[in-house]
Structure formats: C-alpha cells, structure tokens
Design a protein around this ligand. Structure first.
Ligand code: ADE
Ligand code: ZN
Length: 342
C-alpha cells in the first residue's frame, strides 16, 4: 500500500473528506444526461437520443474534437435563466458532497449567444446558484468566461464587450475548445484588453497542442494558470520555468483518459509533474462526459499511480495555492487541510 495508508479503503476515505478546491470545471460539461432530458422536454428541444443509456453510450471519444462535437450539441437544451441555475446548482451539490470548499467555474458564453440566448440570462442563472451555494454550503466561487478558440479573435472581442456590464461577477477569462491549429497567439489582443480590465487569465494549453502553445500562453497571453499543460513535460526548459514561476497546472486525469491524451492512467504524468516541482492540481473538466467528479478523479489517479498520503495532501494544498482566492482565504483553507490531516 502507498506510503501513509494501511489499506485502499483508508485512502478512499481520506480522499473523500479532504478539503479541496476545483479549478478546472466547465459548467456545461457537468450536464448529466438525466438533466439533459428534463431540459429538452421543458424547452421543447429535440435531442438525437432515445434514452439516458443511449446518451451515455455516445460518450466514447477518440480525441478532443469528438467530445466537443457532442458537448456543443448537449448544451443546446440550456435556454432559460432557470436552466443555467439548475445546471450549476446540480454541480455545486455534487461538489459539496466531495468536500469541495471553493470552485472556479468556466462557462462558454459563445456556445449560448450563438443560439440566441442572452449573455445576461446565462450569468444570472449561474450566479444565482453560486450565491445560494455559498449561503447553503459555504462553498466560495470565482467565475471564468472562456473564449472558444475555433472562433475568431473578433468574436472573442465582441464577447468581451458583451461581458462588460457583468464584470462585477466575472473574475477571469480563459481559452478553450479545439486546441490544435488555434494557438494562443491568435488571441493576444483580446487577452491584453481582458488583463487591462483587471481580469485573471487562464488558457487551455498543452492538452493536445505542443509545448510551444504553453510558451505562447505564458509569453503572449501572460496567463496566471495553465489548464492541462500535460505536454509541457516534453520541453525540459519549459518545465523548469513553470516550476520556477510557480504556475499552477489544472490537470484532469479522467478527461485525459477519455480523450486519449493518455492511453492508460498508469502512464499519466501527474507524479512526474509533482516530482518536477510543478503546482499540479486534480480536477474533473467535464465530469458528466468523462465519468467522474473531482473525488473520482483523485481516486482514479491515486489507484493508478499508487499516490501516497503526502502526494494527496500536496495536490489538495496546490488546489488552494493555485486558486484566485486572496492570501487570507488561502491560509484559512491550508489550515483546514492541516487540521484534517492531524
Ligand atoms: N477539455 C477541454 N479542452 C478544450 N475545450 C474544452 N471545453 C470543454 N472541455 C474542454
Ligand atoms: Zn477544460
């Protein structure tokens, strides 16, 4: 058994109760098939599936694009403020059950505005659920608006314009969707404007794309955090730089497995990342599509790599140090981890 545990059951219980933050979660990727059917019926939207089982059976992906095609189709059932609320509330209830104390949630406004849904409808539904979760469960949150990188920079600029009235509720901007062929450099100007507005900056990089995209995210977008970042390890100088600058990587083990970024979780680079001194974290990405929320991700990678108690504690600590919480809140959460481990 891994160092620090006497049995697998002890490690499972330790993971379950460990206070943690989730920093890489696409709210549209938490849409469970059951809710998809309910919302399709509520809104009179046709979906090309006859049952929940059929939806789950369709979740077999050879790469990121396979997944994205079905992900954009799935979010088509989201129409009203109540829909966005119910989606977000369902995720937060799951996160609470996993002892998540803080979440930094992505949403894809262009996936909704292109269908005629108002930006304000999306924000109102999501933020109502976030506020309720803070009152009800004590879960704090940040909201990160992602630009779809397969669309143009002009489209991203227009989306940032639409966000201006809601900046009191938006903490950062990110970059997601089809990575290869859409490098960070394509979005240099819109990210510069977002930075000048005081927004935090993140970008998916090195999921399928090469280490050069991680360099661009750092040098051109000036990111505060890298989402995924797996392929950074192919470049030793880049790895040393990420470690030296303390750049957090939001790693998503079950996503990496489902999207064939790794062939086998036993070959996942998470332990190598920790060994290289990287601020790696564990996250669920799109839990409904990839088969598990955050604790399932901790469990799967702990089983595959036989992670020790000390490594699991480091991952949970990294989730707070890599967050956009203020120093006082970070210190409170780190103290809670210490108390849990005592
Ligand atoms: N893992 C992922 N990579 C890129 N874009 C995404 N959108 C939702 N999940 C994503
Ligand atoms: Zn993602």
């Amino acid at each position: 058994m891994a160092e620090g545990f006497t049995s697998a059951a002890e490690r499972t219980a330790f993971i379950a109760g460990l206070p943690k933050a989730e920093l890489h979660l696409h709210i549209e990727g938490s849409l469970e098939p059951e809710l998809m059917f309910e919302l399709a019926q509520r809104n009179g939207v046709a979906i090309p599936f006859a049952s929940v089982e059929e939806v789950r059976a369709a979740y077999a992906f050879a790469n990121l694009q396979d997944f994205l095609d079905i992900y954009y189709q799935g979010m088509g059932v989201l129409h009203t403020e109540q829909d966005f609320h119910d989606l977000t509330a369902a995720y937060l209830a799951r996160a609470h059950a996993d002892h998540v104390r803080h979440v930094e949630i992505f949403f894809d406004p262009q996936g909704h505005t292109v269908r005629g849904i108002a930006f304000g409808t999306v924000i109102a539904g999501i933020t109502r659920a976030l506020d309720e979760a803070e009152t009800r469960h004590g879960i704090t949150s940040k909201l990160i608006m992602c630009f779809l990188r397969h669309l143009s920079e002009a489209d991203a600029e227009a989306t940032l314009d639409e966000a201006l009235p809601y900046l009191d509720r938006i903490d950062g901007v990110g970059l997601d969707s089809s990575e290869v062929g859409h490098p960070p450099s394509k979005f240099q100007r819109v990210f510069a404007r977002a930075r000048s507005l005081g927004l935090k900056i993140v970008a998916h990089a090195g999921e399928e794309g090469p280490p050069a995209y991680v360099h661009e995210a750092l040098d051109l977008l000036k990111v505060d955090r890298i989402d995924h970042g797996n392929r950074s390890l192919e470049d030793p100088a880049l790895t040393r730089r990420l470690a030296a600058e303390g750049i957090c990587l939001t790693v998503c083990p079950l996503s990496n497995l489902k999207l064939c970024v790794v062939d086998d979780l036993a070959a996942h680079p998470l332990r190598v990342m920790l060994g290289a001194g990287l601020v790696a974290t564990v996250n669920s990405d799109d839990p409904s599509y990839f088969g598990g929320y955050v604790n399932a991700n901790y469990q799967a990678i702990a089983d595959a790599l036989d992670l020790s108690r000390a490594e699991l504690i480091t991952l949970a600590r990294n989730s707070f140090t890599g967050s956009f919480l203020d120093d006082e809140a970070k210190a409170r959460h780190l103290a809670a981890i210490t108390a849990y481990c005592a």
